[in-house]
Design a binder for this molecule. Structure first.
Ligand SMILES: [Ca+2]
Length: 561
C-alpha cells in the first residue's frame, strides 16, 4: 500500500503530536530545486543557500552568513533542508533570512525572534524548534548586521529602520511559508511565533499588524513600548544614576541594597529562597543603610558600605515610575514607564550601572534626531529627553513601536501567551503587566479574554532567563544539553513545556492553567533539578501551602494571599 503524504501525516498525528514522519522522497521539490524555484515565486529574492544538511551536523561558530549578534555554534541538529536568502526591500535595504525545513516534519511552521537591536539570523534559537518539536523554523537578521546593543544600523537609512520595525519579520514569515509549501507540496497546518525581549516585541507587532500570520504567539519580556522603554533606559542610567553625581550607585552599593531587600521581602511568600514571588507586595525601607553612628555596625551595613541620602533617593527613583518631570513633552506628572521591581538589585545583570544599554541612546540619536556620526552618543538632559520622547511617540520612525492594544482580530482566531520574569534586570517587569491591562481595557474588559490571551509571571527570573528563580519551562531560547540545556523544560510535556502548552492550546483548545518551571542545580539541566515551582497566569501568584518547598505540588495559584 502506498501512503500519501496526507495519510502518513494524519496517522502520525494520531499516534503522537510531534513525531509526524514524511519521508523526504514524498516532498514536492528537492532542497536544491529551491535555488531556481523560489525566486520564480517570490519577488526581489536572492538565494544564497539551498542545501540538504545531514543529521548530526554542527553549524560552526562564526560560520558564513552568521553575524556578531549570534556567532555561536549550533550542534545536535536533525536532517533538514537549509534555505537562506536576501529579500531586497528597497534600493537601499535588504533582509537576510533562513528557513530550515526538517526531513521529519510535524506540519508546523515557527519563527524565532531577536534580541535588542540585533542584527543577525538567530541560529542558536532555531535549534529547539527544529530539533525538539520537528517544526520548520525561520529567522531574520531584521535587515542589518549588528549586535544587540548597536543601533547605528539606522543611520541615514529610513528603509532599514522599517525593516527593523516590522517588515523583515513579516516578509520572512510570508516568504518562508511559500518556500515551505513549495518544498513539502502543501502548506503548514499551524504557525507559531517564539521570541523574548525584542523577540517578544516582534511577536506582538505581528499580532497587531498582521493578525493572520500566526496561530500561536509566545512573547516573553516584550520590549513593546519601544520609544518609552528607550527613554527610560537612557534616563535611568544617564540622569537618575548619573556616574558623576553624589547619588551614584555602583555594583557594591547594589549588592548591599539587594541583600537588605531580600532580608525584608524574601519571606513575604513564606519561602526563604532568595527571590520574591510577588514584588508588588515588597515595600523596601532603606533607612537602615544610611550612614550614621547608630547603624555603623549593624548586620546590614557598616561604615564602609553605608549609603548617603542621595544614593538612597537614587534607588527609590529606580523603583519608582518614570513620570514626566517637565512640560517639555508630555504634561508634567504624566506616566511614561514603570520602574524596576525590588528584588534584583544584587544581580550582576542589573543594568542600571550608569551606562545606558545601546538601543536606548542610539534610538534617540539616529532615529529621532537623525544624527549621522556613529561615534557620538546621545547625551540629552531631562528636558531634551522628554521633548524627544513626545516626538518619537508622534512620529514612530521605522514603526518600531508594538504597543497597539487593539488585538481583537488576532484573538478571534489565535492564542497569545506572554510571560515575564518578576526580577527582570533589563526591561522593567511591569511593562508586561501594563500591556496586558492595556489590551483588557481596549477590548472592554471581556470576560473571555483568558480564552485567547494569558500572561504568566515567573518569580525570580531575570530578563528572559537566568536569576535565582525557576526559569526553565521550554519557552523561546532553549539551548542544547551540551550547553547546559538552559530554558529546557524538566519534563517534555505540556504541563512543563511552554511550546507544547501553546501547541495544545491552539490545536486542541486546551488553555494552560499553570506551567511547572524548574531551577536546575548549578543552572545545568544535566545535573538535575534543584526545585520546581508553578507559573501562574496573572493576576494569580503561586502560594506556598506547606510541605517541601522544592516541590511545585506544594504551591497553588491563587488570586489573593
Ligand atoms: Ca521567597
Amino acid at each position: 500500500m502506498r501512503f500519501t503524504t496526507t495519510m502518513i501525516f494524519s496517522l502520525s498525528l494520531a499516534g503522537s503530536s510531534l513525531a509526524a514522519v514524511v519521508p523526504r522522497w514524498h516532498y514536492a521539490l528537492s532542497c536544491s530545486d529551491l535555488w531556481e524555484a523560489a525566486p520564480k515565486m517570490l519577488p526581489d529574492l536572492e538565494v544564497y543557500i539551498a542545501d540538504d544538511v545531514p543529521a548530526g551536523y554542527t553549524l560552526p561558530a562564526n560560520s558564513t552568513w552568521s553575524t556578531p549578534a549570534y556567532p555561536a555554534a549550533v550542534s545536535d541538529l536533525p536532517a533538514f533542508c537549509r534555505f537562506g536568502g536576501y529579500i531586497h526591500t528597497s534600493n537601499m535595504s535588504k533582509v537576510q533570512f533562513e528557513v530550515w525545513l526538517p526531513d521529519e516534519w510535524s506540519g508546523r511552521f515557527s519563527m524565532v525572534g531577536n534580541g535588542g537591536d540585533a542584527g543577525g539570523v538567530n541560529f542558536p534559537d532555531m535549534w529547539a524548534p527544529i530539533k525538539k518539536y520537528n517544526m520548520a523554523v525561520a529567522s531574520t537578521d531584521t535587515g542589518h548586521n549588528g549586535t544587540s546593543g548597536d543601533g547605528t544600523f539606522a543611520i541615514s537609512n529610513s528603509e532599514t529602520q522599517i525593516d527593523f520595525g516590522y517588515r523583515a519579520v513579516h516578509l520572512t514569515t510570508v516568504y518562508s511559508k511559500k518556500i515551505l509549501a513549495a518544498y513539502y507540496g502543501r502548506q503548514q497546518d499551524y504557525s507559531y511565533w517564539l521570541g523574548c525581549s525584542s523577540g517578544g516585541k516582534q511577536g506582538l507587532k505581528e499580532v497587531q499588524a498582521y493578525p493572520n500570520d500566526y496561530d500561536g504567539v509566545v512573547a516573553g519580556a516584550a520590549a513593546q513600548y519601544w520609544q518609552r522603554l528607550n527613554a527610560q533606559t537612557y534616563r535611568i542610567n544617564a540622569i537618575v544614576n548619573n556616574r558623576t553625581s553624589t547619588g551614584y550607585l555602583n555594583s557594591t552599593n547594589y549588592a548591599t541594597i539587594g541583600k537588605l531587600v531580600l532580608e525584608q521581602c524574601d519571606g513575604i511568600d513564606k519561602v526563604m529562597d532568595g527571590f520574591i514571588t510577588n514584588p508588588a507586595l515588597c515595600k523596601p525601607d532603606l533607612s537602615p543603610l544610611l550612614c550614621g553612628a547608630s547603624n555603623a555596625s549593624s548586620a546590614s551595613v557598616n561604615s564602609s558600605t553605608c549609603l548617603n541620602q542621595a544614593q538612597v533617593d537614587t534607588m527609590y527613583a529606580i523603583w519608582g515610575n518614570f513620570t514626566a518631570q517637565t512640560d517639555a513633552g508630555l504634561p508634567k506628572g504624566s506616566f511614561i514607564f514603570p520602574g524596576f521591581e525590588p528584588g534584583a538589585e544584587g544581580s550582576p545583570a542589573f543594568s542600571v550601572n550608569g551606562v545606558p544599554y545601546g538601543p536606548g541612546p542610539d534610538y534617540y540619536e539616529y532615529q529621532v534626531l537623525n544624527k549621522t556620526d556613529p561615534k557620538v552618543t546621545f547625551s540629552g538632559d531631562e528636558t531634551e529627553l522628554e521633548r524627544l520622547l513626545k516626538v518619537a511617540l508622534e512620529t514612530d520612525p521605522g514603526q518600531t513601536n508594538a504597543a497597539d492594544p487593539e488585538i481583537g482580530d488576532f484573538l478571534a482566531h489565535g492564542k497569545l501567551l506572554t510571560y515575564v520574569g518578576e526580577a527582570d534586570t533589563l526591561i522593567p517587569t511591569h511593562s508586561s503587566h501594563d500591556y496586558y491591562e492595556d489590551v483588557r481595557t481596549a477590548l472592554g474588559h471581556p470576560k473571555n479574554l483568558s480564552d485567547s490571551y494569558r500572561f504568566f509571571t515567573v518569580p525570580g527570573m531575570g530578563h528572559c532567563r537566568g536569576g535565582p528563580g525557576p526559569f526553565n519551562f521550554g519557552g523561546p531560547g532553549q539551548r542544547q544539553d551540551a550547553l547546559g540545556g538552559g530554558s529546557q523544560a524538566a519534563v517534555f510535556d505540556k504541563q512543563h513545556d511552554m511550546v507544547l502548552a501553546i501547541i495544545d492550546w491552539v490545536e486542541k483548545g486546551n488553555a494552560p492553567d499553570t506551567l511547572i518551571a524548574a531551577k536546575y542545580k548549578n543552572d545545568n539541566k544535566t545535573q538535575g533539578i534543584a526545585f520546581t515551582r508553578p507559573l501562574c497566569p496573572y493576576p494569580q501568584f503561586a502560594k506556598y501551602m506547606g510541605g517541601d518547598s522544592n516541590d511545585a505540588s506544594n504551591f497553588k495559584c491563587v488570586y489573593d494571599w
